[in-house]
Design a protein around this ligand. Structure first.
Ligand code: ZN
Length: 77
């Protein structure tokens, strides 16, 4: 009889341990903005490109130095 209780205790301990380890499977990735690539729109030609490759001037984004010099497109207004 004691052996049966012993095995039941073992099973419960195993279940408890398994349940304790299990929640780590769906690891919650930190929702940081670092990995999401922010896309910006060239104010001159309207092409979309990653923000780290875009050029910024006067709160406008440009795809290339040429468009940076030409400024935002006049048709946009
Ligand atoms: Zn452009």
């Amino acid at each position: 009889m004691i052996r049966l209780i012993f095995w039941i205790a073992i099973v419960f301990a195993a279940l408890w341990l398994w349940r304790k380890i299990k929640p780590s499977a769906p690891q919650q990735a930190p929702k940081g903005g670092d990995q999401t690539l922010l896309m910006v729109r060239c104010a001159h030609c309207g092409v979309h490109l990653p923000q780290d490759r875009a050029l910024n001037r006067d709160q406008q984004w440009y795809c290339s130095p040429a468009h940076l010099q030409q400024g935002p497109a006049a048709r946009d207004r």
